[in-house]
Design a protein around this ligand. Structure first.
Ligand SMILES: Cc1cc2nc3c(=O)[nH]c(=O)nc-3n(C[C@H](O)[C@H](O)[C@H](O)COP(=O)(O)OP(=O)(O)OC[C@H]3O[C@@H](n4cnc5c(N)ncnc54)[C@H](O)[C@@H]3O)c2cc1C
Length: 449
């Protein structure tokens, strides 16, 4: 029995979400056309459409697992491209107030460190191997064209780099454009309500430099995650190995505490971190390339799950639905998990009379369940800074105290440490923290204070 749902699916954007979605669509559509406004480099290089790619990009184990299921052998591909294997809990030195460092122990799973360019290029090469997927580059999607009855999409209008305008028919359009403007404009054109948004104003600023790893580099860690002191003290950094025997060092601050982009200013900022580990490691290392900067004003979660009568055949995915505070390294992983969810839904519906009927609400319900853990994991610590904008959860104080006590318990107990790492890596949902026995133990630690 055929799994084919229709002749053509169109994907807007060949970023992490678009490439993952193309892979699952290829199981159910005769052709998948990916339209990407950038020229796509033959090698793992940064590109204009993903300026964030120049900053440290951690691939969480949950995202790695999702990509491994979509592209069997993905981890081996990464290693061949130069990715550095890191053992969770052991190889990245975590420095947080009260724990400098947090106990280093083997938590039983691997993650890989590499540039965003390598991750995307590795996935892109696998997508290029699928005969039914075409990546059409330097094509900017202008708009989605509605069906005559206005109930859904019929084609996509786009512009080639030479200005020529074209259309592509589409049974399904996945909007993985990052900003998600095509979907929002389409809703507007159809007179539908736009999704409500939850916004957390974090006013984050990043600066990133890459260094050659010196011969005398410390041997007891491969990377360092340094948290700020808390409250208004938001300065932190993540330093990770990259392919080509390099380190990438990203430093960041919030609400005006912006790291400078010049050499002296950048190094002074690194030196002002709460601990000296990163500065000591790079002070004599050779910097490669310039210093990149990025501003991230706010996390935005568009609640598509609340939109009624969402038009047929259009689905935003990845950042087009939710743009997470990058500090927690979740966006790529969530995008890959969303693509997996889409694949499961299409497979379950492929033999129905109308597989696309009500696909959107079902997909959005799955996505909200996926987003719940990473959104809360970011929102709670974001609200520690008094200048963070947004609606603070009613139980914020209690949740923060619970988090501090859970961290203390994790430092003492390897099993709890492993559990918290699994939640942080999106391998398990946050609801595991509601286990009555665990709650009892955490409450006991809270009582010690
Ligand atoms: C500074 C920073 C650091 C980050 N660090 C991490 C991290 O450590 N770990 C992590 O998992 N995530 C991180 N993220 C988030 C991550 O980059 C995104 O969540 C992820 O790239 C989302 O994938 P996406 O496919 O939705 O969008 P993107 O990967 O941004 O791709 C969107 C694509 O759409 C294309 N496009 C846009 N408009 C059009 C159009 N009209 N027509 C055709 N093509 C179009 C763009 O050129 C681009 O290729 C970080 C983000 C920032 C800002």
């Amino acid at each position: 029995m055929s799994n084919v749902i229709g002749p053509q699916a169109v994907v807007i954007g060949a970023g992490m979400g678009g490439l993952s979605a193309a892979r699952v669509l290829a199981d159910h559509f005769e052709r998948v056309l990916v339209l990407e406004r950038d020229a796509l480099p033959a090698d793992p290089l940064d590109r204009a459409g993903v300026p964030q790619g120049r900053h440290v990009h951690a691939l969480l184990a949950g995202g790695q697992r999702a990509l491994g299921e979509l592209f069997p052998g993905f981890e081996s591909d990464l290693v061949r491209a130069g990715a550095v294997p890191t053992r969770a809990g052991l190889d990245v030195r975590v420095e947080r107030p009260g724990f400098d460092p947090f106990p280093q122990r083997d938590l039983g799973f691997d993650a890989y460190a590499m540039s965003r360019a390598v991750i995307e290029w590795t996935v892109r090469r696998r997508v290029e191997e699928c005969a039914s997927i075409e990546l059409r580059q330097r094509c900017r999607v202008e708009e989605l064209v509605p069906r005559v009855d206005g109930a859904g999409v019929t084609e996509v209008r786009y512009t080639h780099h030479d200005g020529k305008v074209d259309t592509a028919s589409a049974d399904v359009v996945i909007d993985a454009s990052g900003r998600g403007t095509p979907t929002l404009d389409f809703l507007g054109a159809l007179g539908c309500t736009r999704p409500e948004e939850t916004i957390i104003g974090v006013d984050l600023a990043y600066a990133t430099a890459v260094f050659g790893i010196p011969d005398d580099a410390p041997s007891d860690w491969k990377g360092v995650l340094c948290f700020g002191p808390g409250g208004r003290g938001s300065r932190g950094s993540l330093m990770m190995p990259l392919e080509g025997h390099r380190w990438i060092v990203t430093v960041g601050g919030r609400h005006g505490d912006n790291p400078p982009g010049d050499e002296a200013g950048f190094m002074a900022y690194v030196q002002s971190l709460r601990t000296p580990t990163v500065y000591n490691a790079i002070q004599h290392a050779k910097r490669l390339g310039d210093i990149a900067r990025f501003r991230f004003p706010e996390s935005v979660y568009r609640h598509y799950e609340r939109v009624e009568n969402f038009p047929r055949g259009v689905l935003p995915l990845g950042d087009a639905i939710c743009r997470f505070n990058p500090v927690y390294g979740q966006g790529m992983s969530v995008a890959a998990q969303e693509a997996q969810a889409l694949g499961r839904l299409l497979a379950a519906r492929a033999h129905e009379t109308d597989p696309l009927a009500n696909l959107a609400p079902t997909f959005f319900a799955e996505v909200s369940a996926l987003i719940a853990t990473p959104w809360v994991a970011a929102a709670i610590p974001d609200f520690v800074h008094p200048d963070t904008r947004g609606e603070r959860p009613a139980n914020l104080e209690q949740t923060l105290k619970f988090g501090v006590a859970l961290g203390k318990l994790a430092a003492r107990d390897p099993a709890v440490h492993k559990l918290t790492a699994e939640v942080q890596h999106l391998l398990k949902p946050r609801s595991v923290y509601q286990d009555p026995e665990l709650v009892q133990r955490v409450v006991a630690v809270m009582a010690e204070q």
